[in-house]
Write a protein that binds this ligand. Structure first.
Ligand code: SF4
Length: 271
């Protein structure tokens, strides 16, 4: 599928989950993807718990960069948000990724009122001091089991909270990027992602390929293109190309990031 996508002009692939590092054979999978002609950017999103043991091999296999979820630097808050006592393992994973030369390393922080919104400056300082790029993300009402209306913090308020750390100058946004980046006084940048208060559907150029063989052009839309007929009983590149085109054409002009996801949870879509 990636070979066909690359032949149609796709240059970037991100492996997500669930948690991709629990997949048996993930390193060989990365190696295969990295060898597809035309793929120049290979990234992986992870919760970081298994990264310490894998970062070197992944880099050697051709992985270029990682995004790691890090909602708090406080062990009890980390545990409350993730349900796991894994903060030390995640920090060790980030350090291993740094040593392995994965660049850039982006930290994804979902901002939750009353939970981690008072430690944003601390997280941004930690990231800046370690050569990492923090990205502060508005909480989307995607059925993660937490009350959205009381937990949501809008991007404008997120920015106010980190204002003392920001350098002067206009923010920047790369084409197709979900984040707006602000320069930090200490060097480096912080990204702010506002899927709820300021949507970026006009810039959205992603296609998600789910583990059960569907292409999903929009995170929040239910519309999917079933690719299985193009893969079984034999692989049909022409049909794959047809499905990729159909999925791209099916992306809504404006998605609905303020509505629940519907039948698939986020972990089954891949973010
Ligand atoms: S709502 Fe859909 S179209 Fe809009 S940015 Fe999200 S995934 Fe892209």
């Amino acid at each position: 599928v990636v070979e066909v996508a690359a032949s149609l002009g796709v240059t970037k692939v991100r492996i997500t989950g669930g948690e991709p590092l629990v997949r048996p054979g993930i390193v060989d999978f990365v190696r295969k993807l990295s060898r597809v002609p035309g793929i120049t950017d290979l990234a992986l999103s992870t919760n970081g718990t298994l990264l310490a043991g894998r970062a070197e091999e992944l880099r050697a296999a051709g992985l270029i960069r990682v995004n790691v979820s890090l909602d708090s630097l406080r062990p009890h808050v980390f545990r409350a948000v993730s349900g796991r006592d894994d903060l030390p393992r995640v920090l060790a994973g980030i350090e291993a990724a740094r040593r392995a030369g994965l660049r850039p390393i982006k930290l994804n922080i979902v901002v939750l009122r009353g939970i981690n919104d008072d430690e944003l400056c601390e997280i941004v300082r930690y990231a800046a001091g370690n050569g990492l790029t923090p990205r502060l993300i508005e909480y989307m009402p995607l059925g993660w089991g937490r009350r959205w209306d009381t937990s949501f913090v809008p991007a404008a308020e997120i920015l106010e909270r980190i204002r003392p750390l920001l350098a002067d100058g206009a923010p920047r946004r790369n084409p197709g990027d979900t984040a707006v980046y602000y320069a930090l006084r200490a060097g480096g940048e912080v990204g702010v992602i506002s899927p709820v208060s300021c949507r970026f559907c006009d810039l959205c150029n992603r296609l998600r390929f789910t583990a059960d063989g569907r292409l999903r052009p929009c995170l929040t839309g239910e519309g999917e293109v079933d690719l299985r007929g193009a893969l079984l009983p034999r692989i049909r590149p022409d049909k794959i190309a047809q499905c990729l085109r159909a999925a791209t054409a099916g992306r809504p002009a404006v998605g609905s990031n303020s509505k629940p996801l519907g039948t698939r949870p986020m972990a089954a879509i891949g973010g």
